[in-house]
Design a protein around this ligand. Structure first.
Ligand code: A2P
Length: 282
């Protein structure tokens, strides 16, 4: 009897282990894609590109849920797609969170590894959620620049707006690197490069380190230094359109500023003068 009991216990443990290590059964709503490239910017920021499934359709600026295989219940997190709708690959820009259920593992991915991606994308930072306008302001902090990396590489953006101004505020200059590389890539892009001439502008500021523009974007808007740096008078709610992406606190403060200046928040089913999305992984 004792022996039998022992054998049973052993079997249970082994079975549990097998179940845990079993290959993840891919549900119908998830793609399994290969990592194409990974680039680390700082100890806490990296970007990676994955293969794009032929059937995957999204609008520039949307987000999608991604996860990693290796467990029976993978953790999925929302990530803005940082590449345009026409690109053959899909790019993401991420922070690395110590002990973060997904980013702890995601930061270690290498080319050839598998990333899971849910098939349905969604989001409000899309051109369809804005009414027609002349200037498009894309205001971001930290990894909140990711959806704008998609939007500024979409030819439709240049058809709809005369000028596109991307602002990126981070604590330190090192964290601005992704944005500088993005501008460079976009200006040299075979599809949209020429469209950006005289139309695409980049404004950066840092909050914890000295730089030509020091301060939060909220402060630089309120004291007017953002507008003087861009050589413009200020926001015009009649013809300016704005997208916001950053931390919850940044969004709350900017919304207040925009509402006070006569802007109105739009949505997919009710386009208006500005739209908002939280930079998710934090
Ligand atoms: P600060 O350094 O003054 O907090 P985070 O990494 O926390 O998301 O911050 C990214 C950038 O967003 C930082 O430069 C930070 O400035 C700025 N930030 C944080 N909170 C706000 C806010 N309420 N309004 C505007 N910018 C903010």
């Amino acid at each position: 009897m004792e022996n039998q009991g022992f054998a049973q216990t052993q079997q249970t443990v082994t079975l549990d282990a097998v179940v845990e290590q079993q290959a993840y059964t891919l549900p119908d709503n998830v793609f399994a894609e290969k990592v194409v490239s990974v680039e680390h910017f700082t100890d806490w920021l990296f970007r990676f590109r994955i293969t794009r499934p032929r059937s995957f359709r999204f609008r520039s600026g949307e987000f999608v849920m991604i996860g990693l295989p290796g467990s029976t219940k993978p953790v999925f997190r929302a990530y803005s797609i940082a590449s345009p709708a026409w690109d053959e690959e899909i790019e993401f820009y991420s922070i690395k969170v110590e002990g973060g259920p997904l980013t702890e593992h995601l930061q270690k991915i290498q080319p050839g590894d598998t990333v899971l991606m849910r098939k349905k994308s969604t989001g409000t930072l899309v051109l369809d959620a804005l009414s027609p306008g002349k200037r498009l302001f894309l205001l971001s902090t930290g990894t909140g620049i990711a959806p704008f990396a998609s939007i500024i590489r979409d030819p439709e953006t240049y058809e709809k707006f005369d000028s596109i101004i991307v602002t990126h505020t981070c604590r330190t200059a090192a964290e601005l690197q992704y944005g500088f590389d993005l501008m460079d890539r976009t200006q040299n892009d075979p599809l949209v490069g020429e469209l950006t001439t005289g139309k695409l502008f980049h404004f950066t500021s840092t909050t914890q380190e000295d730089s030509p523009n020091k301060g939060r974007i909220t402060q630089l808007i309120e004291d007017g230094s953002f507008f003087s740096a861009m050589g413009i008078d200020g926001f015009d709610p009649q013809s300016d359109r704005i997208m916001l992406c950053g931390s919850k606190a940044m969004l709350t403060d900017l919304k207040e500023i925009l509402d006070a200046r006569g802007f109105d928040e739009g949505a997919n089913n009710r386009p208006s003068s500005y739209v908002v999305e939280r930079a998710f992984v934090d």
